[in-house]
Design a protein around this ligand. Sequence first.
Ligand code: CP
Length: 314
Amino acid sequence: MNKALSVNSLLSINDLNINDLNLIYKTATYFKEIINRPIKKVPTLRDITIANLFFENSTRTKISFELAEKRLSSDIINFSAQYSSLNKGESLIDTVNNILAMKVDIIVLRHPSPGAAFFLSKNINSIIINAGDGSHEHPTQALLDSFSLMEKFGDLKNKNIAIVGDILHSRVALSNIYVLKKMGVNIRVCGPKTLIPRNIESLGVDISYDLIDTLKWCDAVNMLRVQNERMNLKFFPSNREYSQMYGLNNDVMKKLNNEIIILHPGPINRGVEISSEIADSDQAIILDQVENGVAIRMAVIYLLAKNIKIKNAD
Ligand code: CP
């Protein structure tokens, strides 16, 4: 296995090859063991400074990146757009270039605009990690989802994985499709017709509008939240009707003869896409996903930072 990533930034999961994926999973397995020790920290990145730029709300991703950076002993800057000079008219590029002038090595960016991380990569000279760009991609979420599935199933080749809900507005869906296709998974997306993007079958996935049929087919299901904050139209009549058609609850589970693993990227809208009894059941691995998020982000940061160290040593 090649010991370095083939990329200098993590903008899209599609930029990673299978060797990159295996290297990230192997490194995350090592870091997961470390963060479960009484002393959870390694001195590896003492000489690296990371800026977390979050232009959109986040609980899991923001805390997970910050913890990953702290566990690696890097220095951290947490930038809050709300209290910054962006409000005085400063551009994203000027903001980031000013931060980089203070000798920051890595930028972690969450932004509401699809393509923001890619745009930044074309205009600044730094390592960038895409922590979610609008409805486009969420690469580290897909890495932690696939890593969590591998912990349950081992090799994912020929497994049947369903992604259910608001596929149209979901960055998690696209990044999961990209990563799972690379691993030989059969993927089915399911949801109301209005929330399934046109031409999604060109990505090599099946489409279903029938939740029970999809759940009977799959080994695992990733239940997505309805992204109300990205909708300026009504895509279905009401949360109650959505839940009746596409919500995962005990009544739905009773109709299945197969055991399935249940994922959810969070935040959960309890009672809409998933009921509390299912979200908190033994079949759900939602908190495993969150735990694995720290190890995966440590792996991504460590492997990208290694490129800086190699460059500095030359
Ligand atoms: N899964 C995820 O991205 O959650 P946050 O929006 O809370 O970071």
